[in-house]
Design a protein around this ligand. Structure first.
Ligand code: ADP
Ligand code: MG
Length: 242
């Protein structure tokens, strides 16, 4: 598989704290790269630096489809096909569900009217977002459906690379199954995925490779079964308060 994303020496500090420390790795087109690590290890910051939402790196390079993107504004990066979701449900609460999706489509792809509606419909089908929710204000949805809406909004923007930040957090077992199935379906539809998760069985079942971070560094990267047996990884997890 050819490399879709190349990260070189990516670094971000907040004062004395180095949240992402000189990271270098690549993501192949078509893969699902799982990302694990204790709280505060720099996982979400890594997504910030790639998408530049809400900020870029202090140092280092990000190359997507062979071109440097680390100097581009966030909306250009989205237009090139890198779309992220957030750890917390991030939808426009007062807008209807369908308007949430349509606004994102217009912003990133420029599509409006019937074409935008077609893209929204396709995304709802891919993510299983119930169409009878379309006209409800997003704020009235339970957390699970807000997460579904956030993912539908991301998928509707036609990503090549989808950055998912803990999509299963605070979900129960059958909802986590939905995450598993949806991630696999999106990937089968040609979307490359980077998936941050704490739910290890989910990561193990969908990831082609697993990257583990601790204190801003990569401590392991490779075959998920090998990585989870790596002593450094076991220690990072056992060292974490329950
Ligand atoms: P993770 O997603 O792995 O839990 P984060 O990337 O959110 O970790 O955070 C990594 C470290 O950077 C943490 O110590 C966190 O407190 C710090 N951090 C993250 N964002 C900011 C910010 N905007 N300002 C200051 N410190 C931050
Ligand atoms: Mg995080």
């Amino acid at each position: 598989m050819a490399s879709l994303l190349e990260i070189r020496n990516l670094t971000k500090s907040f004062g004395a704290l180095v949240a992402v420390n000189d990271l270098s790795f690549s993501v192949a087109g078509g893969e699902i790269l799982g990302i694990a690590g204790p709280n505060g290890s720099g996982k979400s910051t890594l997504f910030n630096l790639i998408s530049r939402i809400p900020f870029g790196a202090n140092r280092g390079e990000v190359e997507f489809e062979g071109r440097r993107i680390d100097g581009l504004p966030d909306h250009r990066i989205a237009q090139l096909g890198i779309i992220r979701t957030f750890q917390r449900e991030a939808v426009f609460q007062s807008m209807s569900c369908v308007d949430n999706i349509l606004v994102a489509i217009e912003q990133t792809t420029g599509a409006r009217g019937k074409e935008a509606e077609r893209l929204a419909d396709e995304a709802c089908d891919l993510v299983d977002f119930p169409k009878n929710f379309h006209n409800l204000p997003a704020a009235t949805l339970p957390v699970f459906y807000q997460k579904q809406l956030m993912l539908t909004t991301a998928v509707a923007q036609n990503p090549k690379l989808l950055l998912l930040d803990e999509p299963a957090s605070s979900l129960v077992e059958n909802e986590i199954d939905w995450v598993r199935q949806t991630v696999s379906r999106l990937n089968a539809n040609g979307i490359t995925i980077m998936l941050i998760e704490h739910v290890l069985p989910l990561l193990m079942s969908v990831s082609t490779r697993l990257l583990v971070m601790e204190q801003g560094n990569i401590i392991a990267l490779g075959d998920p079964r090998k990585v989870t047996r790596d002593p450094a990884v076991v220690e990072a997890y056992l060292g974490q308060p329950a």
